[in-house]
Design a protein around this ligand. Sequence first.
Ligand code: FCB
Length: 449
Amino acid sequence: MAEELVFPEGFVWGAATAAYQIEGAVAEDGRGPSIWDTFTHTPGTISDGTTGDVACDHYHRWREDIDLMRRLHLNAYRFSVAWPRVLPQGRGRVNQPGLDFYSRLVDGLLEAGITPYLTLYHFDLPQALQDDGGGWLRRSIVDDFAAFVDVVSRTLGDRVRHWMTLNEPWSFGMLGYLEGEDAPGLRLDLQSALTVAHHALLAHGAAVDILRANAPGSQVGIVLDVNHVAPASDAPEDIAAARRYDGIQNRMYLDALFHGRYPEDMLTLVGEAAPPVAPGDLRQISRPIDFLGVNLYRRSLVAAGDTLPPINWRRVNPPGEYTLMGWEVSPNALYDTLLDVHQRYAPPTIYVTENGAAFEDTLAGDGRVHDDRRVAYFRNHLAQAACVIAAGVPLHGYFAWSLLDNFEWAYGYERRFGVVHVDFATQQRTIKDSGYLLAEVARTNRIAT
Ligand code: FCB
């Protein structure tokens, strides 16, 4: 029998994007190059050979995109500010036109009754800072980030009340500095990746203080790709591998942020690769925050293996449904992850800051996109979101990834995540069936399952 699940009054309904994935206009109005410009223009880095040079041309079409959000009945929008648009060299001279763009965007959102949720770093480091001592490998990157946050929050702090310092430090450390799949495309070692993570967390802590000073009374948080990790079997070696993977993926960040320490078992395990902690660092990292943003796409079933020594893990993909990314569809992972985070760390508020799926989409003869699998994906994940709220988890909002089909990093334009279809040749936007579902849920604050 169909059941209706109701969300709490005032629930935040949004969609999320990131600057490099949608803006385009990479050389316009004084924007400087980012590590993603360099990376995408290096042959062989992006599977379809594309770049974010134009992307969704959002830099010019932002008004139209706000209109779309309005049609989707969204009351919130999560976007990121491109550091190299504001500070073309990463530090020093402020590029006023870049800052003005975000100021207009924020005003436009507020006029449309849409609350801005601003991410300060979503992977697009100014190239000049990468060239100076290896970007996040250099400890004084913390001061650079603090100065950037100061500029942005002085300008927008009167209107933006929700701030996210970093998006997925695990991703840009591991994929950027160890696996080489993302910018800056380095294949260093675990020690380097953990150094990046440590500096990123320090930068987060510094940003919290600045935001408290420049935007008093606003809500400050960080976004992590928390992953529900389960052992693939009852075998003790799989259970131990799952614990190690949970350590490298989740606990290194969450323990530092919420408990002010790195997990002892992980420090022992990684030995000399441990993060370079100076006195006072963990105090800076663990400044109280108002919310945790969770990006959730799948679960991780883990067995003992030989990936990433000394973590020595292996992903197990059981039979089931998979997205184009090869990620298992697991709505229960949303429930399990949020309950787990709540029980282990008790952040005052949790938002799902990203959740979504890439599937093959086609524009049908009737001019619509009947993305049934994505509709089912959202329906089932939203049902789990409603259930986890009923279980007592302070989940206050949900942001679909993504508003638009966009530049999906190393996969270029071949992985469509949008609730709005984008024809990249014409820039025409078409709301998908999943967008209509989201609109209905946002409008009525309930979902039929
Ligand atoms: C997340 C990123 C986001 C998007 C999704 C699919 O890791 O934060 O930019 O690429 O994955």
